[in-house]
Design a binder for this molecule. Structure first.
Ligand code: COA
Length: 146
């Protein structure tokens, strides 16, 4: 397994993984392209590969010293093998060098993601009622001190 920074050439693979990850955030190709542009907020975009095939990714952005994890997804066929945990740990090592805190929001019913984040030290710190659509659901907010 190998974790590296994503490049614009990886966008098709990210979209492909997203297709099978209903609970992930869903971005258009243009949104991913703009995430790579130098003009926006600072971002960390990581991919995890097995035998040069991208099997997961993580996208986060910084607003000042606050980092927000915007998306994290692992290909459906290789879940529960530690890839998500490795991606998250790698991101935390990078972000903690400069972050005062790291936050994210997740669907209330997304047990896999909630267990992963809680296992990594994130604390549930709030809720946004009916934040998600299709289906409508609350978002649970998580935070980790940097
Ligand atoms: C959430 C997600 C990224 C986890 O990736 P993964 O590679 O399967 O996770 P890991 O194998 O690294 O699991 C690490 C820990 O997370 C928790 N976890 C992962 N999947 C779980 C599941 N289906 N049920 C309960 N806990 C789960 C466990 O605590 C696990 O540790 P353990 O295996 O020692 O018990 C993956 O399920 C996914 O892509 N889901 C769809 C997209 C999504 O919802 N993203 C989150 C948006 S915020």
């Amino acid at each position: 397994m190998h974790i590296r920074w994503a490049t614009p050439g990886d966008i098709s693979s990210l979209l492909e993984i997203e297709k099978d990850a209903l609970t992930a955030a869903h971005w258009s190709r243009e949104q991913y392209q703009s995430a790579f542009s130098q003009s926006g907020l600072p971002r960390i975009l990581l991919v995890i590969e097995e035998n040069t095939v991208i099997q997961g990714f993580l996208v986060a952005r910084a607003v000042g010293q606050e980092w927000e994890i915007e998306n994290l997804a692992v290909a459906a066929a290789v879940r529960r093998r530690g890839l998500g945990q490795r991606l998250l740990a790698h991101f935390l090592r990078l972000a903690r060098q400069q972050a005062a805190s790291i936050s994210l929001e997740v669907r209330d019913s997304n047990r896999a993601a909630r267990c992963l984040f809680e296992q990594s030290g994130f604390i549930a710190c709030g809720r946004r009622t009916n934040y998600y659509r299709d289906p409508e659901e609350d978002a649970v907010l998580y935070s980790l001190r940097g």
